[in-house]
Design a protein around this ligand. Sequence first.
Ligand SMILES: Cc1ncc(COP(=O)(O)O)c(C=O)c1O
Length: 354
Amino acid sequence: MTNVYAGAAGATLGHNHTDFVDLRSDTVTRPTPGMLAAMAGAEVGDDVYGDDPTVIILEQRVAETFGKEAGIFLPTGTQSNFCALLSHCGRGEEVLVGRPYHVYSYEAKGASVLGGIGLEPLDVSADNGLDPETVAKAVKADDPHVPITRLLSLENTVSGKAVPLARQEAAAAVARDHGLSVHLDGARAFNAAIALEIDPKTLARCADSVSVCLSKGLGTPAGSVLCGSKALIQKARRYRKMLGGGMRQVGILAAAGLYALEHHAPRLEEDHHRAARLRQALSENPALTVDLSPLQTNMVLLQFKDGDSKAIVAALKAQGIIVSGGGKAMRLVVHRDIDDVGIARVIAGFNASL
Ligand SMILES: Cc1ncc(COP(=O)(O)O)c(C=O)c1O
């Protein structure tokens, strides 16, 4: 399996992000002056006591946006997914999940290691969705030799591609027919909704819970919100405390989230347009094969035709262009700290180095 997080550059990139173009992830964005002002002015309380007013507003706003009853603010997307799985499943039960999905491939199997929950990986189709038949076949019979299948865990976007709504809903419907609940890892749910031209509520309507990250394309320093029914979120609150994720005057971070929902969510489409331009330009380089499939958002997925990318990673770094990689494949992620000038620099950098 290609690890998209491998070969990340060191931490010392300097403070001025115009000095370099960092395409490792959309998590590398830095808070804007407007966001910092909102954080500095946040009204705070103690969120473990449930009285941080800014956190309460954020949780309600994200829950409403995704059509759910309640929300809970957590430090990371990993903890949010973990709390969701723990809240849906008991020990000895299992989750069906796409093999390349973050919950299966990049969360250190925490649900199994720490939660006693089985993770059953399912192969995905070319559009990164799950075939309903694959889901149906994976549900175990009621037999003491096997775990009880409890949950289907979906993801959208997957590797920067939006899974078509009909595909997502068909998989969810089959899961429901078999008595499973459905979780959606919507780390980049706003990107998915934009690409699918639907509102976030529609995206999440087939799921009992949805986890949304604020620290990816939305550009906050940290934070995710898990949304679902009041009962599920109450369970998640206990697990969050158990996992050490109960934070105190965290309205400072929630204020960044509220600022991002208002000011950054509406501009995510710009990242998609820039990624499309980068995709198109790099596809003209004969040394590269670029994924030009539809419904892509802010990522550019490419393969090097000759050998691996070690030399190009170094050559780009020398030009102030920071990428993850080292193998035959590379993922470039466009975000709010990369403007048109940055895209032009990346195109020129690749063309000069290959
Ligand atoms: C699809 C997906 N889900 C969950 C996460 C986890 O988020 P975090 O890094 O905040 O733990 C990520 C992180 O990149 C992700 O891409």
